[in-house]
Design a binder for this molecule. Sequence first.
Ligand SMILES: [Zn+2]
Ligand SMILES: [Zn+2]
Length: 317
Amino acid sequence: MESKRTKFSVHKIELPNPFFEKDNNVYLLESDGELALVDAGIELPQAFEALRRGLHARGYSLEQVSKVFVTHKHVDHAGLAARIHELSGAEVYVHEEDWPDVREYDTRYPEVHERYLERMREWGLPAEVIEQMDATRRTFQELGRSAPAEPLRDGEEIPVGAVTVRVLHTPGHTRGSACFLVDETLFVGDHVLPDYTPNIGATDITAHGLLGAYRESLRKIRDLDGVEVLPGHGRPIDDVRARVDEILRHHDEREERILQILADGRPRTVYEIAVALFGDLRDHHALLGAGEVYAHLEELQRAKLVAPTEGGRYVRL
Ligand SMILES: [Zn+2]
Ligand SMILES: [Zn+2]
C-alpha cells in the first residue's frame, strides 16, 4: 500500500467485529513522525487488543496517536475513539452531522433506540421481531461510548505531519458520513464497499431522504479516478467508477422491483414490500430490509410514483 506514497504511509489493521458486517479496517496513517488513525473499531476487549497489537507490530503504541478521523458514527467505526483519546489525548474528528451522536452517544443512544422502535412499528414489522430487536439493540449500546469529538465540515483540511486530510461530506449510509482524501488515497468508511451494497435507510433514522443524498454522494467520488480507495470493511476498491456505477444500478433496479410489486394496486406496508422483495426476513435483516425499502419509497414518493395511504401502507400512483 506504500507504492505511490512519498510523504506518508498507510497500514491496515483489521479488528474483529462479531456483530455487524465483517471485520473493521482501521488505517494507520503516518507522516513525518505524526500518527493518525482512520476509524476506531468496536469497543470490545478483543478489538482493542487487535488495535494495540497492530500498532506494536509497526513499532508504535496507541499513546503516540495524535488524531483519529472517524468516517461515521456507527459503533464499529467510532466505538474505541473514547478509549484512544483517554490513552493518548488524541483529537477525535467526525463530520458535524454525525458529531452529536458520537459526542453524546451515552445519552442519545436510548432516544435513538426509541425512534427505531417507532419506525419499526410504522413500517409494519411483526411484533415479535420488534420485541427481539428491542432486546438486541439494547445490548448493542455497550459497543460504543461518548467520545470528546470535534466536528468537521465539508472541504475542511486537517494536517497530519507533512500531508493534509481533506474532508468530503458523503451523506447516505449516515447523514454525517465522510470520506477522507490524503493525496491520492481516499478513505471511504462504509460509503462504498467492495462486496455488498451499504445499507441505506435503516442505518440512520435521524434523517430523511438519505437515498437521494447517497446517490449524489456516490457521484461525488465517482470522478476521483486513479485514486486508491480504502474501505472500512474488506479489500481496497480497484475501480471506484465501476463500483459506483454498479451500486447506482443496483438502486435503480430495486426501485423498479418495488414499483412492480405495487403494480397490482394493493396497498402494502414497508415490511410487506420488503418480504416480497427479499423473502422471509428475521431479526436484524427485517430492520435492514424494511429500512432499505423505506428509503426507496421516499424517493418514489418524491417522484410522485407512489403515495402513502392508511395504516402506513403505500400505493402506486
Ligand atoms: Zn456503518
Ligand atoms: Zn461499518
